[in-house]
Write a protein that binds this ligand. Structure first.
Ligand code: C5P
Length: 299
């Protein structure tokens, strides 16, 4: 079983990025949500959060986030949801050290919310099961459950049906092309492919090859058409990445290139750094099988 480690008041706790190694849209639910098949992989790069107890029972965010009012912030909503679900009367101040781009397809907001659920479950001593936290997380967003699940995973449904994945080690150069992509706009596009044939997890597990990534991202053509910066990032990486696969993550805007070793990813970063338009950002990260807030307990 996975155990949460080092969850304490006042300590910075990790909220890692994810990338989608592939993402297929295989159908649509009656409520308009799309049925997906995707592989989530965590990266050793992300946001950090810390928590301070409040005696007055309120939930507050200490840092300012441009464009995101406190009451709309997923981290604040996650904490208040836990209070409502459990009747807990304890309060908390939450501070987010934001490193991941918003509207970047790296799951930053979802990961932050998941870290809130996991941390406050411990700090407030609520005793909720992992499954219950995943279900609560799903009401906040389709990408939240995988971060609570705590392992890189093959996901189905809208992202809530999860099976752990063990993947070969790999390093990634991730490029954020300075634009924020609103996920609903991509899913609502009439040109989106919505009928990709469902695959079996065995098909993916048999060939999550380093050089030629399984499948594709069905959201990529739509995002690349609507956001020229996404298209530009894909072209720039593809021209310089050699044999490495270049793909968009989630609904964009971030694009990644996958390499077997981190040195190759760093070299690509150096080659590209001089060509990046102002406002673009890039980072190199290692793929993780486990969320850094957890470790496997013996047996
Ligand atoms: O769940 P989340 O808040 O991330 O989703 C944002 C929007 O993206 C949803 O309101 C929906 O329009 C779209 N979406 C979808 N199918 C999914 C996930 C998201 O249609 N599986």
């Amino acid at each position: 079983a996975l155990q949460a480690v080092a969850v304490e008041w006042g300590v910075w706790l990790p909220a890692p990025a994810k990338i989608n190694l592939f993402l297929h849209v295989v159908g649509r639910r009656a409520d308009g949500y799309h049925l997906l098949q995707t592989a989530f992989r965590f990266l050793d790069h992300g946001d950090r959060l810390r928590f301070t107890p409040r005696a007055d029972g309120r939930v507050h965010r200490l840092n300012d986030v441009p464009g995101v009012p406190e009451d709309d912030d997923l981290v604040v909503r996650a904490a208040r949801l836990l209070q409502r679900e459990t009747g807990c009367t304890q309060g908390v101040d939450i501070e987010v050290d934001k490193r991941l781009p918003m509207g970047g397809g790296l799951g930053g907001g979802s990961s932050d919310a998941a870290t809130v659920l996991i941390a406050l479950n411990r700090l407030w001593q609520l005793g909720l099961s992992r499954e219950r936290l995943q279900a609560i997380g799903l009401t906040l967003g389709a990408d939240v459950p995988v971060f609570v699940f705590g392992r890189s995973a093959f996901a189905e449904g809208v992202g809530e049906r999860l099976q752990p994945l063990q993947l070969p080690p790999a390093a990634y150069l991730v490029v954020a092309p300075g634009v924020s992509v609103p996920t609903p706009r991509i899913f609502a596009d009439p040109d989106l492919t919505r009928d990709t044939e469902a695959c079996k997890i065995a098909d993916f597990a048999a060939s999550p090859s380093i050089d030629r990534l399984f499948g594709r991202n069905d959201l990529q053509p739509v995002a690349a058409r609507l956001y020229p910066e996404v298209s530009q990032a894909i072209s720039l990486l593809a021209a310089e990445a050699g044999a490495a696969v270049v793909r968009m993550s989630g609904s964009g805007a971030c694009v990644f290139a996958q390499y077997a070793d981190i040195e190759a990813a760093r070299q690509l970063q150096h080659r590209l750094a001089a060509q990046w338009p102002a406002g673009w950002q890039g980072f190199v990260a290692q793929g993780l099988d486990e969320h850094p807030l957890f470790r496997s307990s013996p047996a």
